[in-house]
Each structure stands twice: as C-alpha cells, then as structure tokens.
Design a protein around this ligand. Structure first.
Ligand code: GDP
Ligand code: MG
Length: 458
C-alpha cells in the first residue's frame, strides 16, 4: 500500500482515540509521538513535523466537550496531515485542445506516465497523440512506440532524427487532428544547463499549454529543490509523482511539493498503464486513516470501463440483474485497473479487513479458470447462479467440461456473491456517480456487507 507506514500509524492513532477513556494530555502526546516517528520514516522535513506536532498539541488543549473531543482530535489529525501533503485538491484543468510537455530527470517515469495519462484521457473521450522528443536515448522512441501500440494511441517518433524541433516540425500538421498531445522529452542525471536550454527550445516551438514535472517518490524531501528549480527554469505548472507504490519516502516527496506550492496533479502507483490516479489529498488521507475512499474507487472503476458498458451495468444493478456474465466482464475491467489488492484498498472498510492471501494470490490463473468455467455453463446457469448451489451435480459437469475443479467454481460463486452484495448496496443508493452525496452511514453499510460476510476484521 502507498505510504503503508504512515497509514498503519494513523489507523493505530484513530483506534487509540476511539478506545481512550479520557482524552487528555498524555493521549495527545502519545499520538504526536507516533505520528512523528511515522513522518520521519517517510522522509518528511523535520521542521514541518515540528510545526504539525505543535498544532496537534495546541488543538488537543482546546476545550471541547469530552464526548466531542474524540471527534475533534481525529478531525485535527486528518486536517493537519491533509494540509502538509497538499491541502485542497488541485486539478489539472484541460481545455478543448491541449499540448502537455513532460519534463524531468532520467528514469523518473516520464514515458510510462505519458502512456498512463494517454490511457486515462482516452477513456474520457479525448483524441490523444504522443510525440516523442527524447532524442538522447536511442531506445526512447522504441519504448514510446511500444507503449502506444499497447494502449492503441497514435505515436509520432523519428528514430533517425536527432533534432527535437525538426521532429515536431515534421508532424506539426498531422498533430492538428488531435485534441490532446502528450510530449515526451529527454532527461539528464541532474538539472543542468543543457537540459534547461533544450526544454526552452522545445517550449518555444511547441508552445505547450502545460509543462509538467515528473518526479519519482524515491527522492523524498529532495523533491523540494527539484520542484523549485524546474519551476523557475522551465515554467512548470505542476507535478506528477511516480513510484508512490514502491518508495517509503513518498510522504517526503508529497510534503516537499506542497512546501514549494507545486500542485501534485497525479500519482503513479505501479508499473501498469492503469496505475495512476488523480491526487486528492483529502481522499488520500481518508484512505490512510482507514476510512475508505469510495470516491477514488468509483473513479477507478469509471476509468476502467467505458461509459456505455458502465451505464448498462448501472441499469442491470438497479434491476437486480447482475449475472455471472456481468461478473466476468467486471473481472476483465478490474484486471486492467491493477491488482485486486490495490483495488480493495480503496473500498471502505477494507483498510482494516484481513483478506485471505489465497484470494489475492495467483489471480491471473484463477481468473482464467473462472472464465473457462463460466463459458461451460448454460445460459440458465449464468443468469441464475443460485441453481448451481442447489444442484451440485451441475458443478461436476461444469468442472469436467472446463478443465477446472468444483472447488474453483465454488470459489467463483462465492466471489460473485460478494460483488453482487456490494453492487446491491451501491445500487440501492441511487446515483453512485456522486459519492459525495453518500452519507457515512451508507458507506458503513457497504463496508459492513463486505466485512461481515467474508472478511475478518482485526
Ligand atoms: P523516464 O526515463 O523518465 O522516461 O522513465 P520511464 O518511464 O522509462 O520509467 C522508468 C522506470 O520506472 C520504468 O521501469 C517504469 O516501469 C518505472 N515506473 C514508472 N512509474 C512507476 C510507478 O508509478 N511505480 C513503479 N513501481 N514503477 C514505475
Ligand atoms: Mg523516457
């Protein structure tokens, strides 16, 4: 999980507050100490940690009625952490026609991020093209081409041309047909003059509407200097932080960008093209606190399925007609979102649920078997899976026909039921496209359904 260390500590703190008999100075102090330790290990700047500690202590001293004090303290914890990692959400606002230039040092994830964003915006109806202007590394164009092929987005590169501006001139006319052009550029080991000159030259030619700096979370609080320098030198409007999934220093990188007022628009959370999300500090902290984050989940689900099938599904849910065939489709789109374990992090209540490893492990193989099993079922069975539970002889027939085991099919049915339950909960709430309208109680209802049925809570 992203920022696992901080997440664990924050959840522990919330539990401490919840179970405390008295909200007193020693409780506040013990929470501050825990938080300090977690933030230090996430490479957050010491003076920032001190400031935050002082604020929590001060708020903790304020007089609030004892019963409300617990909520007050949790809210402070939430607000303060949210503030240091980014404050209010700052969205990358795109007009009808945009050219975005991506800059950054070597290996920060520029090219990968471009492919991720291309996928992200293509799903949102944009006509996207990629322009490869990294003329320094011979393999760069190749990499961009391969990614473009994979995600079915047009790529413009010229492997034999060493002058970036000439490549742009060559494709300028064709690029006019697209409404979102993502431009890959070359990096360097450090922010040296030659890089700034090159970015300047490219900027002058392509006139990007946004220039975005790509930083890897690994550098922790050193992101401050980088964000600042690039902002001054290259007119950078915002940042994307990659490798949030694999670096313990992600907290340092986030807080550093906030310090120099470089908005973090997106975070990269893995190597797959689906592993990107808009950075929303408040839902991010909710997730860390273990409150669950339906908004992000729904956004992910939305980006993984196209609009029409989304609408169809919504309708089927409302009509209570979610069948195994729909389940099979959902599995496919889930696969494109990344691993199941990552998705479960986004579901309320899952922050604390202990999900059996065997359920998450070996997914690909299992999902393949499930699909085989479903294709061996009769139409009636797919639409009314309940009959499979009543007549187990059907299970052996399907297992035989699909080369799977009855155990696997039972597992499939179990999983289908869980999803159906969740879907029912969400469906009966009306419009799930606006999660902000959902009350805490409704969220808890879903969490409980999930938690109670299948998962042990710690
Ligand atoms: P560039 O030199 O800036 O273009 O960097 P690349 O896009 O080639 O990425 C460098 C490496 O970082 C590749 O191995 C990517 O797979 C990896 N990478 C990029 N983004 C992420 C991320 O969000 N998480 C993880 N785990 N790896 C990433
Ligand atoms: Mg690259």
């Amino acid at each position: 999980m992203v920022l696992e260390g901080i997440g664990n500590i924050l959840r522990k703190s919330v539990d401490k507050i919840k179970s405390a008999v008295l909200v007193d100075k020693s409780l506040v102090e013990s929470i501050v100490k825990d938080l300090q330790r977690a933030l230090i290990s996430a490479d957050v700047n010491i003076s920032l940690i001190k400031e935050l500690s002082d604020k929590i202590r001060e708020e903790g001293r304020k007089y609030v009625k004892n019963i409300e004090k617990k909520e007050h303290l949790i809210k402070i914890l939430y607000d303060e952490v949210k503030n240091i990692i980014g404050g209010e959400k700052k969205e990358l606002i795109l007009g009808k026609k945009e050219t975005i230039l991506f800059v950054g040092l070597y290996g920060t994830g520029k090219t990968t991020t471009i492919a991720k964003l291309a996928t992200y915006y293509k799903k949102r109806g944009r006509k996207v093209a990629l322009l490869g202007l990294d003329v320094h590394r011979p393999a760069a164009s190749e990499q961009l081409e391969q990614l473009g092929e994979k995600i079915e987005v047009q790529v413009f590169v010229n492997k034999s041309e060493k002058n970036a501006i000439k490549i742009y001139e060559q494709y300028k006319k064709e690029l006019e047909k697209y409404d979102l052009i993502l431009v890959d550029s070359a990096g360097r080991d450090a922010l040296e003059k030659s890089l700034i000159d090159e970015i300047e030259k490219i900027s002058k030619a392509i006139k990007p509407s946004h220039t975005i700096l790509v930083i890897a979370a690994d550098i922790g609080q050193a992101a401050k200097i980088q964000a600042q320098k690039f902002k001054e030198a290259a007119n950078v409007s915002g940042v994307i932080i990659t490798r949030m999934d694999s670096s313990a220093k992600a907290g340092g990188a986030l807080t550093a960008c906030k310090e120099v007022e470089s908005p973090v628009y997106f975070i990269g959370t893995g190597e797959h093209v689906g592993d990107i999300e808009q950075f929303n500090p408040s839902s991010f902290v909710s997730r860390l606190l273990g409150m669950g984050d339906l908004e992000s989940l729904i956004e992910k689900v939305r980006s993984a399925t196209d609009e029409k099938s989304q609408k169809d599904l919504q309708k089927r849910l409302e009509d209570g007609k979610f069948t195994l065939a729909d389940f099979a489709k959902q599995i496919e789109s889930m696969q494109s979102m990344g691993s199941l374990s990552k998705i479960t992090e986004l579901i309320p209540g899952f922050g604390k649920a202990k999900i059996p490893d065997e359920m998450l492990g070996n997914q690909e193989q299992k999902l393949k078997h499930w699909k085989h099993a479903i294709s061996s079922m009769t139409k009636d069975e797919i639409e009314n899976p309940e009959i499979l539970e009543k007549q187990t002889s059907r299970l052996s027939r399907i297992a035989k026909g699909s080369g799977t085991t009855t155990g696997e099919i039972r597992q499939l049915l179990k999983q289908y039921k869980i999803i159906k339950e969740l879907a029912k909960g969400a469906g009966s709430m009306g419009d799930i496209s606006d999660p902000s309208q959902m009350s805490q109680k409704q969220m808890m209802k879903i969490a409980k359904k999930f938690g109670g049925k299948k998962f042990r809570f710690k």
